[in-house]
Design a protein around this ligand. Structure first.
Ligand code: PA5
Length: 452
C-alpha cells in the first residue's frame, strides 16, 4: 500500500544547513513526553493511539446507526461547531461529489452542516429548506452546552418531531456527546435517542476519528473502516521509534518550527490545488491554530485554494512581506478523467493543450507556482497524497494530528487546551444577561458606557 509523502527540501533550503536535523533532540523529547503522558495537557492524549485501538465491532455499531439514518432520511443535518464538525465536513467534502448538494442521489442522504454560526437568515433558510424533507439530526457537542449548536438543535428537534412524529424522530436524532454531563446528554437520555460518547481524553479538534467524525462520514456513504485503517497505518509510521529522517510527522514538526524560529516565518498557508480539499484546510487551521496559538506564540495558520486564489492572493504571496511559508497538499491521481477539448476557432489560443488531461495542466500550474513562490522567498513544504480515498485521508488526518502534538510541544505550549476561546463567550453571555453572569454584565455595561 502506498503512503502520503512529505518533501521539505524546498523549505529546508531557507534554513542553515542541518537546521532541521538540529530539532531532532527536541522532537524526540516531545515524542517521548507524548508517549509517556508527561507533556502539558496530558489528560487529553486519547487521540494518540485511538486509530489502533478502534475495534471492528465498534465501527459496526457506528455503521448500524448510520444505516438507520441513511434508510430513513433524505437529509442528515450535522449540528456542531469547531472540532465537533470540521473533521467530518473535511472528509465528506474531500471524498464526495463536488455537487453533492445539488444531485438528487437516491443512494446517499444529503449531509448538511449547521450549528456552527448564529446567522438568523442561515437558520431561517435551513428550516425552510427542511420543510418538505425527511430529515434527521446528529447533535454533536462534547460540552453539550455550546450556544450555536444548542440553538440549532432546539430548532431542528422541534421541526423534526413536528414533521416526522415523535416516534420516528427518536430513530433519526442521534447525540454524540459526553458520557454523563451536558444538556445534549440529558436530552438524549430523556428522549431515548441513540447516542455515542466523546471520550473525556479526546479534545474537540482531535476527535474526527471518534463518532464525532465517523458517524457523519458513515452516513455520507464512506468507508470508515478504510479511513481508520489509514490512520492506524500512519500511527505506526510516525511512532516515536521511527528514525527522525523517515518520520514524516517529526520532519514536518521540525521544519515548521525551524522556519518560525530561525527564518521569521510566522504564517503557514495550507494550499490545495483541488477545491474538494478546502475543508481539510479549515480542519487543519483549527487543529494548529487552537493548539499552538497561545502564550504570545504560534504560527498563524492560513489557507488558500489554488489556482482560484492565485488570482486574488497570488500577488501578496509572491511579493508581499516575507513572513510566510506554504504547505501544499498535492493529489497525485485524480479519480476521474477529463481531457482538454479542441476548439475549431481556437480564439483563446489553447489548442496546444488539446488532448491533455486537465490534471496535467493543473500539475504544471502547481509546479510553476512552486518555482515562482520559492524564487520569491516563500519556503514550500509538499505533502503528496496518492489519491483521494478514505485510506489516504485517514493517513493525512493522523499525520497532521501527531505532527501537531509534537510541534506544539517543541514550541513550548500546551497543545491540548484552548483557554482563549472562552473570552468572547464570557462577554457574549454578560451582554445577553445570562443568569450567573450578573457581575460580568454590570462590568461590561459600565465599560461600554465609558467607551460610548
Ligand atoms: O476544539 C475544541 O475544543 C473546540 O473547537 C470545540 O470543538 C468547539 O468549541 C465545540 O465544542 P463542543 O463540542 O463542546 O460543543
Amino acid at each position: 500500500m502506498k503512503s502520503i509523502n512529505l518533501d521539505i527540501t524546498k523549505a529546508a533550503q531557507f534554513l542553515s544547513e542541518d537546521a532541521v536535523k538540529a530539532y531532532e533532540p527536541k522532537v524526540k523529547v516531545a515524542q517521548e513526553a507524548l508517549e509517556a503522558g508527561t507533556c502539558p495537557g496530558n489528560d487529553f492524549l486519547g487521540w494518540l493511539h485511538l486509530p489502533s485501538s478502534i475495534t471492528p465491532a465498534f465501527l459496526d455499531e457506528v455503521q448500524a446507526v448510520a444505516n438507520t439514518l441513511r434508510e430513513k432520511c433524505e437529509v442528515v443535518v450535522v449540528a456542531g461547531i469547531g472540532g465537533s464538525y470540521l473533521g467530518a465536513r473535511a472528509v465528506i467534502e474531500a471524498l464526495g461529489n463536488s455537487f453533492a448538494w445539488l444531485i438528487n442521489d437516491k443512494k446517499n442522504p444529503t449531509i448538511m452542516f449547521a450549528g456552527n454560526n448564529i446567522g438568523e437568515d442561515y437558520l431561517f433558510e435551513l428550516t425552510e429548506y427542511l420543510k418538505d424533507k425527511k430529515f434527521g439530526v446528529i447533535n454533536i457537542s462534547k460540552s453539550g452546552t455550546t450556544t450555536e449548536t444548542a440553538l440549532t438543535f432546539r430548532l431542528l428537534k422541534k421541526q423534526c418531531e413536528a414533521q416526522m412524529g415523535k416516534e420516528v424522530a427518536k430513530d433519526v436524532i442521534v447525540a454524540v456527546t459526553d458520557a454523563k454531563k451536558g444538556a445534549a446528554r440529558t436530552c438524549a437520555d430523556k428522549e431515548g435517542y441513540k447516542s455515542f460518547i466523546i471520550p473525556d481524553n479526546v479534545g474537540g479538534r482531535f476527535s474526527v476519528l471518534t463518532p464525532v467524525g465517523l458517524l457523519p462520514i458513515a452516513c455520507a456513504g464512506f468507508d470508515i473502516k478504510a479511513l481508520v485503517q489509514g490512520a492506524a497505518d500512519m500511527e505506526k509510521a510516525t511512532g516515536k521509534d521511527v528514525p527522525f529522517e523517515q518520520n514524516l510527522a517529526a520532519q514536518y514538526a521540525a521544519v515548521r518550527n525551524g522556519l518560525y524560529n530561525e527564518a521569521g516565518k510566522k504564517i503557514e498557508i495550507m494550499v490545495n490545488f483541488q477545491p474538494k480539499l478546502h475543508f481539510i484546510a479549515e480542519w487543519w487551521k483549527q487543529l494548529y491554530g487552537e493548539s499552538e496559538g497561545k502564550d504570545g506564540k504560534g504560527i498563524f495558520p492560513a489557507s488558500c485554494d489554488f489556482t482560484t486564489d492565485l488570482h486574488s492572493m497570488g500577488q501578496w504571496i509572491q511579493d508581499g512581506e516575507r513572513s510566510i511559508f506554504e504547505t501544499v497538499i498535492s493529489v497525485e491521481q485524480p479519480n476521474k478523467k477529463l481531457l482538454f477539448p479542441h476548439d475549431n476557432e481556437n480564439l483563446d489560443g489553447l489548442n496546444f493543450l488539446e488532448g491533455k488531461r486537465v490534471d496535467e495542466v493543473n500539475k504544471m500550474a502547481e509546479l510553476g507556482t512552486r518555482l515562482a513562490h520559492v524564487d520569491g522567498g516563500v519556503p514550500n513544504i509538499r505533502i503528496s497524497v496518492p489519491e483521494l480515498n478514505e485510506y489516504y485521508i485517514g493517513q493525512l488526518i493522523y499525520f497532521f494530528e501527531i505532527a501537531c502534538g509534537i510541534s506544539g510541544n517543541v514550541l513550548g505550549v500546551n497543545p491540548f487546551n484552548q483557554p482563549g476561546v472562552e473570552a468572547y463567550k464570557k462577554n457574549m453571555f454578560a451582554l445577553l444577561n445570562k443568569p450567573g453572569y450578573e457581575a460580568e454584565s454590570k462590568a461590561i455595561q459600565e465599560r461600554l458606557a465609558q467607551e460610548a
